[in-house]
Design a protein around this ligand. Structure first.
Ligand code: SF4
Ligand code: SF4
Length: 149
């Protein structure tokens, strides 16, 4: 992974973000939703399933990673009309987006992500240090991904 790009923020040490009502774009773009063991247990309980039953139906397990299976013609089983059907317990990466290390640590990546997320550039100012602290949870939650970078 590239070095933390604080130097890229010296002229403008803040970000703006506010999730836009009714938008579900980040749930519809191509990609995988990685989950933690804790996400697995919480989502299973929310759906009234055992962790084992939830994993069998919805999860692909790798050596150091878990991800949600995808339905045939969509990106996520849990996206329904109006939004995320597991919103109160949604996976870490969904809860933290767009405060992901690869976005908040490099201004160019954050700016480029505006094309995907209409909430970027809107809302209250967020200091870059605070954004990086939020993003740090991603590195802890998905060490199987971030430790390799
Ligand atoms: S794309 Fe951005 S604005 Fe839209 S739902 Fe996702 S986080 Fe919110
Ligand atoms: S779990 Fe919810 S927030 Fe995450 S991609 Fe699926 S529908 Fe979107």
């Amino acid at each position: 992974m590239a070095q933390i790009g604080f130097e890229a923020y010296t002229r403008d040490m803040h970000l703006r973000f506010a999730c836009q009502p009714g938008c579900t774009r980040c749930c519809e773009v191509y990609g995988f939703v990685y989950i933690t063991e804790d996400d697995l247990r919480r989502i299973a309980a929310y759906l009234g399933l055992t962790a084992k039953a939830f994993e069998k139906k919805y999860v692909v397990r790798y050596k150091r990673l878990l991800r949600l299976r995808k339905p045939r013609k969509a990106q996520c089983h849990f996206l329904i009309e109006g939004g995320c059907s597991v919103h109160p317990v949604k996976p870490v990466q969904c809860r933290l987006y767009p405060f992901w290390p690869e976005l908040v640590e490099q201004r160019a990546n954050w700016e480029a992500e505006r094309r995907m997320c209409p909430g970027i550039g809107k809302g209250e100012l967020i200091q870059i240090g605070e954004a990086c602290e939020i993003a740090a949870e991603m590195k802890t939650a998905y060490s199987g991904i971030y430790d390799k970078r």
